[in-house]
Each structure stands twice: as structure tokens, then as C-alpha cells.
Design a protein around this ligand. Structure first.
Ligand code: FAD
Length: 332
């Protein structure tokens, strides 16, 4: 494969509730740095219906160019339609590097695109760099249960593709009014040729705050003993207006859903305050919360590894301490 024709760093721009998803803004920030190092352009790929206006926002966050697929057939995310648009764009314009957010949409699209292109995909990365001269993407991610960081290279193929965890890269400050080049693309896709149909969208009615967006996360672990014990975490979270997080063992026990799981196989969070209650502090949990602003741990075992990772630690029984904290916050 000749690399000559492959140029530019691309970001799949995910749309969420009419705006660019935070992870895509973060990737534009990371992509800008890679593109500057390679002295090449940063482009976004925007797919959806009535989304063209979002290109302006992408320019304000660092993009030089945006490829836009705007048509009713892209109204809802479907693997097949989005994959076809992305494949067509890649084959036509040949990017050197293509990044996706490691969201459910980004992961699905990236793996679908990777099955059709003669290239690989580094999933769930947390660090990105590029070799200035060769253009080789250095995509790093935790490996072997989070004990080492593995840097994965795609030496023989282009584009080099990676999904990147939300909240690990930083968006650039917004440059209001920045402009760039919009390339409107069109594919002759017909609804009758697409195998999946969206029949109904059922929105979650839960009022719970998302852990990846919250300023405060109150997370509970297996040390709470039972679903009833875990309730004290939810009560403290409610008193603080915080999101509820959990260790994997709690999720596997069925005490709470997977989208509350923090860690290597869950979500990475960087809240201002993170409470780790009855959580031992296994490395797979730490990689998902260690960049939080302030970490407060409550654990009855003074030797628990979480005490090596926290700013404040309380040694004691969470079942006694947490209800007291909740009452104190309620009456404050
Ligand atoms: P435990 O390890 O059982 O710890 C319970 C803690 O509670 C102990 O420290 C104990 O001292 C304390 N305790 C007990 N009773 C009390 C009490 N009354 N008051 C206060 N403290 C008390 N884990 C994750 O969390 N997220 C992940 O994404 C994740 N991914 C993984 C991926 C892989 C490939 C593997 C192999 C593992 C992964 N794990 C993950 C699992 C991880 O290794 C740990 O098993 C898990 O985090 C432990 O959960 P825990 O701390 O709730 O439970």
C-alpha cells in the first residue's frame, strides 16, 4: 500500500441532541495537535439530517475542513448508512488518521468501517501521539488488566484508526467565528436498500445524572454488602445532586446498570469530586477515575489500595458513616 495519497487527520463528529457531542470536541482538540505535528489539515466528518450548521461549531473547535453528509436517510444512527457514508468518504479523500469517540455509536461505526477497509482499529485508547516524520500514530491504551499501557501501531495500512475514550482528551477553547472549508458530499442511498429500520425511539425516563457529565460522582463497591446497602450511596448522591457510580463487581451482581460502571471496562470519569465507598481500588477501577479533581475514599480496611489513590480517606464502616454524611449534607 502506498501511503503517498493518504493525508490529514480526521475526526468522526458525533451529533447529540442537536449539538456536537463533547467527545467529538475533545477529539478535535487532540486531532489539532496531531495535525499540527504532521503539518497537515484537521478535518471532521459530519453525518446526519439537518446537521450542516454544526460544521461552523467544528471550525470553532479546531477543524480546517468538514465533510458533510446531510440527508433524511441519516436521521437516526444506523450502522449501515453511516458506515457507507464513512467508507465512501475515506475511499475518496484518503485520511492518514481517523479518530472516533469510544461511545456506543463511535465504537459501532469504527468497527464496522474497519471490517471493510484493509486496515486495523485500536480500540478504547487513552493517549495519542504521532511521529512527525513518518506519520505513524502512537495509540496507547491500558492492557493486561490495566497493569501496563500498550502502544499500538498500524505500520502497514492506512488510514490508521482509533476509538478514544471520552473525557481523556481536552477540547480547545472555542474560537468564536473561526471558519473553514465545508465539503458537501452525497451518496445515492435508498431507504429500501437499507436492511435496518428505526421503528420507534424510546427515551429513558430516568432522572439520574450521567456519570461522565457530573461534577460529583458518588460511587459504591462490593463492600456495601447488598443492594440494600448500596442504597446509601444513592441517598448520598441525591443529597449532593451527584451521579451514582459503581465498581464492576457491583454491576455484575446486578445492583445497578452497566452505564454506572466506572473503570477500564466501564466509563472514564473526571468529576470535580469522586467518592469511592466500599471500593477496594483495583487498578481496573482506578484507571477510570484517577484523574478526578478530589478523591474521597471510605473503606474499613486501612490497607485497601484506594487509600493510595485518594486525597482524603476515612477508615471505617461505610454503612455507619455514609448515612451520617447524607444527613449532614441535607441539613447544611
Ligand atoms: P472488592 O474488591 O470486593 O472490595 C470491596 C472493598 O470494600 C474492600 O476494600 C473492603 O475492605 C471494603 N469494605 C467491605 N465492607 C466495608 C464496609 N462495611 N465499609 C467500608 N468498606 C468496606 N472493576 C471496576 O470497578 N471497573 C472496571 O471497569 C473493571 N474492569 C475490569 C476489567 C478486567 C479485564 C478485569 C480482570 C477486572 C475488571 N474490574 C473492574 C474488576 C476489578 O479487578 C475488581 O475486581 C473490582 O473493581 C472490585 O470491586 P469492589 O472494589 O467493589 O469490590
Amino acid at each position: 500500500m502506498s501511503f503517498e495519497d493518504y493525508r490529514g487527520v480526521w475526526v468522526f463528529i458525533e451529533e447529540k441532541d442537536g449539538a456536537i457531542a463533547p467527545v467529538s470536541l475533545e477529539l478535535l482538540g487532540a486531532g489539532r495537535q496531531l495535525a499540527d505535528k504532521r503539518k497537515t489539515e484537521l478535518a471532521g466528518v459530519l453525518i446526519g439530517e439537518n446537521i450542516s450548521a454544526l460544521a461552523d461549531r467544528a471550525f470553532e473547535y479546531g477543524a480546517d475542513k468538514v465533510y458533510v453528509y446531510d440527508a433524511p436517510i441519516y436521521r437516526f444512527y444506523r450502522t449501515e448508512t453511516y458506515m457507507r457514508a464513512m467508507l465512501a468518504c475515506v475511499e475518496k479523500h484518503k485520511p492518514e488518521i481517523l479518530l472516533y469517540g469510544a461511545t456506543s455509536t463511535g465504537k459501532d461505526l469504527a468497527s464496522a468501517v474497519a471490517t471493510d477497509l484493509p486496515t486495523g482499529l485500536t480500540a478504547d485508547t487513552t493517549q495519542l501521539d504521532v511521529e512527525e516524520d513518518t506519520g505513524l500514530l502512537l495509540a496507547s491504551r491500558p492492557a493486561f488488566g490495566g497493569n501496563i499501557m500498550a502502544t499500538i501501531l498500524c505500520k502497514k495500512y492506512r488510514p490508521q484508526m482509533a476509538t478514544v475514550r471520552p473525557k481523556v482528551m481536552k477540547a480547545l477553547p472555542r474560537k468564536v467565528g473561526a471558519s473553514g472549508v465545508v465539503v458537501e458530499e452525497c451518496l445515492p442511498l435508498r431507504e429500501e436498500d437499507i436492511r435496518t429500520k428505526v421503528l420507534e425511539i424510546v427515551r429513558s425516563t430516568t432522572r439520574r445524572i450521567r456519570i461522565d457529565e457530573a461534577d460529583v460522582v458518588v460511587a459504591g463497591g462490593k463492600g456495601l454488602g447488598s443492594p440494600a446497602g448500596f442504597k446509601i450511596v444513592e441517598q448520598l448522591a441525591e443529597a449532593l445532586g451527584a451521579a451514582v457510580g459503581a465498581s464492576r463487581d457491583v454491576v455484575e451482581a446486578g445492583w445497578i446498570g452497566h452505564h454506572h460502571q466506572v473503570g477500564q471496562t466501564g466509563t472514564t470519569v473526571t468529576p470535580k469530586i469522586y467518592f469511592a465507598i466500599g471500593i477496594s481500588g483495583a487498578i481496573q477501577h482506578l484507571v477510570g477515575m484517577q484523574n478526578s479533581g478530589l478523591i474521597i475514599a471510605i473503606n474499613k480496611d486501612p490497607a485497601a489500595p484506594i487509600f493510595q489513590a485518594c486525597h482524603y480517606g476515612i477508615v471505617g464502616d461505610a454503612l455507619t458513616i455514609v448515612p451520617m454524611l447524607t444527613e449532614a449534607f441535607k441539613s447544611a
